[in-house]
Ligand binder design. Structure first.
Ligand SMILES: [Zn+2]
Ligand SMILES: [Zn+2]
Length: 276
């Protein structure tokens, strides 16, 4: 008997503002079934571009500077598609959800949407950091400062995200800018940022949440997942971060090997997170 693959807790559908034309919730469900993934969470992007009362971004006078394509999530349309998929694929567990960008800066806006939508799974992520008074996409920071400094600035802001927002259950791609690490820089090593990783992992473990192993990013090492365990982390979530159906569950066998090597195992049932 082959072992059961973990749930994919981080999948985007056509309702994400950055989704390509090929993104389809229906096709992603078919892919999950074909790949032997027991459960999928559709965590479409919940990003904000205009500050509401109570959002820290306004209090701190940070200019949002969104991507020009960024648009808010159509929660009603999204939830209707989730409902259709649940009826169409009863053998697949389908969770509703969202990936909230910079939730610590958009606290009031995010809380209002999450309360109304009743999502099953909420991911917290950081794609942009405040820089010179503007919320700046991390890819725009490379070239403006040494690559190491981009990572340190990012990691410090992730600690603020974790400590400043309790709205999410899972911290997504904790070293996101690593995806854009410049070829001209020295090769990326987790060891060079051990202190920064450990600061994030301690903050996350203190609030008893899950760390995501993201298979779209360069894969975390078993050593990094062990740091999570040493920090007191007890829960791991797997996420393909698929924006196209074929990527659902992508590289999960490899990710399972890494997470198992760090001592984590499948949870209470096949729909659960992995646990220590
Ligand atoms: Zn993301
Ligand atoms: Zn994502």
């Amino acid at each position: 008997m082959g072992s059961v693959l973990p749930p994919d807790n981080h999948v985007h559908s056509e309702w994400s503002w950055d989704a390509p034309a090929a993104a389809s919730m229906v096709r992603s469900c078919e892919q999950a079934l074909a790949a032997g993934i027991p459960s999928v969470a559709f965590t479409d992007h919940l990003d904000f571009t205009v500050a509401a009362d109570g959002d820290r971004i306004a209090a701190e006078n940070i200019e949002p500077r969104p991507y020009t394509r960024m648009r808010s999530l159509d929660v009603t349309g999204y939830l209707a598609t989730v409902q259709e998929c649940r009826q169409r694929y009863p053998d697949l567990r389908i969770l509703s959800g969202a990936e909230i960008g910079e939730a610590h800066l958009w606290g009031a806006s995010a809380a209002a949407v999450v309360a109304a939508a009743g999502f099953d799974r909420v991911l917290g992520s950081l794609h942009a950091v405040p820089f010179r008074g503007r919320l700046t996409a991390t890819d725009q920071l490379f070239g403006q400062m040494p690559a190491d400094d981009v990572m340190r600035r990012y990691f410090a802001e992730v600690v603020r995200l974790v400590e400043g927002s309790g709205i999410f259950q899972v911290l997504a791609h904790l070293d996101f800018p690593r995806r854009m690490w410049p070829r001209s820089a020295e090769p990326y090593t987790e060891r060079a940022f051990e202190e920064e990783y450990r600061a994030i992992l301690c903050a996350l473990a203190a609030s008893d949440r899950a760390l995501e192993v993201n298979t779209r990013s360069p894969l975390a090492s078993a050593k990094l997942v062990r740091w999570w365990r040493e920090a007191g982390g007890r829960v791991v979530s797997f996420g393909s971060d698929a924006h196209q159906p074929w990527r659902v569950g992508d590289k999960f066998k490899l990710a399972v090997d890494v997470v198992e090597a760090a001592g984590f195992r499948a949870g209470r049932d096949r729909f659960d997170f992995w646990r220590i």
